[in-house]
Write a protein that binds this ligand. Structure first.
Ligand code: UDP
Length: 320
């Protein structure tokens, strides 16, 4: 991982630490010798993601909602707690908005009380269905405030606004990271996002469900690159007060992703076309110029290599 930074060990709060990205982040900091407190209500996170972390004496797991009081003494706060897959957040719209409003306030208060830095796990969804591509951080977005995805898009936009308000009014130290589509081990089978869906469909010989005509694009970042980006954003002095896109700019059409996965799994699955979900963005590709300049970060894992690893992991898990 390209994030080795010499520093003193920290006590770190990670909300949503049992989730896909959060659990990898817990493992990273534990390996570095830090203490990690993970708060997760397990609505979408999974305790098995923490099986290694739970063996570590420097790890504390608290099963609780991020909207509850968080009375911890910590040096760094990562706020990642929120349903993040369209399937999950459209099923839990109120919980999603609460995690991104009350939950964000709880994290900010904890950070402020401790003089700690807070990293907000925001999202490329703040750009909505973007009118420009690639999307730089300066783009204001094109979001439907009352659409089916608004609980997440507007939740995260509110979260960002609250962080900036705490920065301006109370001097909080904030780093906002806009996380673009990410994939890798620990994405659960019921996650609903495109890569785990296609891989499990291809491996079981079921048709791959392409929504719409498949010409919409996404840019997929491997989990190891995402963790290194988040870590560098959290530890870099230059990142404080900044908004940073972290993602892989290598853009792919969903129909081409389906063909790629069929080929890589040697599957005889076909492709079926299903209706495009409402407000599904037609394109998404991060402009990562800022992250490159400020953090010296760039993604390293090509999609084919990352997919190969993910396919093997799904196969192993299914045969276990
Ligand atoms: N998608 C698809 N088939 C699936 C799941 C998703 O065609 O089984 C499409 C979805 O409509 C979107 C893209 O793949 O255009 C990425 O969807 P995902 O849910 O992974 O994340 P999003 O980027 O929409 O948050």
């Amino acid at each position: 991982m390209n994030c080795a930074i010499k520093r003193e060990n920290k006590r770190i709060l990670i909300t949503g630490g049992a989730g896909f990205i959060g659990s990898h982040l817990c493992d990273y900091f534990l390996t570095e010798g830090d203490e990690v407190i993970c708060v997760d209500n397990l609505v979408t996170g999974k305790i098995e993601n923490l099986s290694a972390a739970l063996e570590n004496p420097r790890f504390t797991f608290i099963e609780s909602d991020v909207c509850e009081e968080l009375g911890f003494d910590v040096d760094l706060v990562f706020h990642l707690a929120s349903p993040a897959s369209p399937v999950h957040y459209t099923m839990m719209p109120v919980e999603t908005l609460m995690a991104n409003s009350i939950g964000t306030m709880r994290c900010l208060e904890t950070a402020l009380k401790n003089g700690a830095r807070m990293v907000l796990g925001s999202t490329s969804e703040v750009y909505g269905d973007p009118a420009i591509s690639p999307q730089p951080e300066s783009y204001f977005g094109n979001v439907n405030p009352v659409g089916i995805r608004s609980c997440y898009d507007e939740g995260k936009r509110f979260s960002e606004a609250l962080c900036k308000a705490y920065e301006r009014a109370k001097g909080a130290q904030i780093v906002i990271v806009r996380i673009f589509n990410t994939y890798g081990t620990r994405m659960s089978k019921d996650d609903g996002r495109v890569i785990p869906n296609f891989v499990s469909q291809a491996l079981s010989g079921k048709p791959l469900t392409v929504y719409g005509d498949g010409t919409q694009t996404r840019s997929f970042c491997h989990i190891s690159d995402m963790v290194s980006g988040l870590v560098q954003a959290a530890l870099s002095e230059r990142a404080v007060g900044e908004v940073l896109n972290i993602g892989n700019p290598d853009e792919v059409r969903i129909i081409d992703l389906a063909s790629m996965i069929i080929e890589m799994t040697h599957s005889c699955s076909e492709v079926v076309f299903e209706p495009l979900p409402e407000d599904d963005p037609t394109k998404r590709k991060p402009d990562i110029t800022k992250a490159k300049e400020i953090l010296g970060w760039h993604p390293r894992v090509p999609l084919a290599a990352g997919l190969e690893e993910f396919i093997e992991w799904v196969k192993d898990r299914e045969s276990a």
